[in-house]
Design a protein around this ligand. Structure first.
Ligand SMILES: *Cc1c(COP(=O)(O)O)cnc(C)c1O
Length: 427
């Protein structure tokens, strides 16, 4: 029985989220059955070293025993009450402790809800409609954020999916990531109408791209000068690149931060938060409406809380960073030995690599112009060696604390073999 054909009969496209579909690399997605530590096991019994980690949440590795026991304990008390529980306060305090720009927060269930609510709050707080987003940054499938650059000289966006009204897209202005001039220009033209700019401070949904020096600083200054809010979408980078997220690395204080992925420890939880004077505009205290039946679900809160408790020592991220560094720098060495054009980037437990001569990658166009076909070949050859990287050249990679020397070394031996094969073919 082909599992994917069976799924396709009853699930749209056979998957419940398109990133899983292998449409970025060709072929059919694997079906997984279980996972432990750095390893994930398919339905037909193959064991792979996993660098996807459920797209970010599994920073402690899969099935981390303390997280599992906290969940087991919590479910004995009931699954959901739709009323306050103390674990929500406990997790909120922990988040605030890790990310001091968050004075108050609100829990939601997905990253999409977090950014959607953050934008509504920014619009409600400023009384303005326009928002600015960067080409290639992904903030979940929020209507106002599924917008691409429009045609024409100026920057009013166009829907990047059918089903999104053009009238809505017009309120989203799109500029290239890392482009300080475009940022200045857009604020000169529209500054007093812009409610907020939303950005992934380290981009992780167009491969991985770091901000160039000055970019985030400019963003902060310009936003302040125009009375517009700065939203950091740290759904991916929060508790991933550093304990305090990308904002702690670049020393920037956004007005609102969106969190997801690791905050739920593998269960559906997310949050958005910021300055008290902004957050108090949310209902029931203020007029901006926002709600959720399963928001702050106690099981997810327990998984998140236990996860955060295990990443709080400074040595945790120091070690994780060294693991990412080793994997990336060694891969780059092997590539250059084989004359394969290759760029790498990493921070904490997050990394990115791309096949290009034109590095470092600075924005969406750079990655779109990289050698996508080489990536596809690499992905499938690595999968044959039982190494599972994200099935798309536009995604980042994720390291967990369970990826030890052993896993990294066997990944590197596989890379050695695969790069040799690729080099031979291209001669
Ligand atoms: C994953 C992600 C989202 C969306 O989160 P979901 O839980 O999938 O809705 C938003 N922003 C960023 C930066 C992400 O990586």
């Amino acid at each position: 029985m082909n599992l994917f054909s069976e799924a396709k009969k009853v699930i749209a496209g056979g998957v419940n989220s398109p990133a899983r579909s292998f449409s970025g690399v060709g072929g059919e997605p694997l079906f997984f059955k279980s996972a432990k530590g750095a390893y994930i096991r398919t339905e037909n019994g193959r064991e792979l070293i996993d660098y996807v980690g459920s797209w970010g949440p599994m920073i402690l590795g899969h099935s981390f025993p303390p997280v599992l026991s906290s969940i087991k304990k919590a479910i004995e008390n009931g699954l959901s009450f739709g009323a306050p529980t103390t674990i929500e306060t406990k997790l909120a305090k922990k988040v605030k402790d890790f990310i001091p720009s968050i004075e108050k927060l609100r829990m939601v269930s997905t990253g999409t809800e977090a950014t959607m609510s953050a934008i509504r709050l920014a619009r409600g707080y400023t009384g303005r409609d326009l928002i600015v987003k960067f080409e290639g940054c992904y903030h979940g499938h929020v209507d106002s954020l599924l917008i691409k650059a429009g045609s024409g000289a100026l920057t009013h966006g166009a829907p990047s999916s059918p089903g999104i009204p053009k009238s809505l897209a017009k309120n989203t202005l799109i500029i290239p990531f890392n482009d300080c001039d475009a940022l200045k220009k857009i604020y000169e033209s529209y500054g007093d109408q812009i409610a907020c700019t939303i950005v992934e401070p380290i981009a992780g949904n167009m491969n991985m791209i770091k901000p160039i020096p000055g970019f985030l600083e400019d963003l902060q200054d310009i936003s302040k000068r125009h009375g517009s809010l700065l939203i950091f979408d740290e759904v991916m980078t929060g508790f991933r690149v550093a304990k305090g997220g990308a904002q702690s690395i670049y020393n920037i204080e956004p007005d609102i931060t969106a969190l997801g992925k690791i905050i739920g420890g593998g269960l559906p939880a997310a949050a958005f938060g910021g300055k008290d004077k902004i957050m108090s505009h949310l209902s029931p205290e203020g007029p901006v409406y926002q709600a959720g039946t399963l928001s702050g679900n106690p099981i997810a809160m327990n998984a998140g809380y236990t996860t955060l408790k295990h990443i709080e020592k400074p040595s945790f991220f120091e070690k994780l960073h060294l693991q990412s560094e080793k994997l990336m720098l060694e891969m780059k060495k092997i590539a250059s030995k084989n004359n394969i054009p290759f760029e790498v980037v990493y921070e904490g437990g997050m990394f990115g690599f791309s096949f290009t001569k034109n590095g470092p990658i600075k924005n969406y166009n750079d990655i779109a112009n990289s050698e996508i076909s080489l990536f596809k070949e690499f992905f499938h050859l690595m999968l044959e060696e039982n190494i599972y990287f994200a099935p798309s050249p536009f995604e980042a990679g994720f390291m967990s604390s369970k990826h030890t020397e052993v896993e990294i070394d066997s990944t590197l031996s596989a890379v050695e073999k695969v790069f040799k094969k690729i080099a031979k073919k291209s001669i």
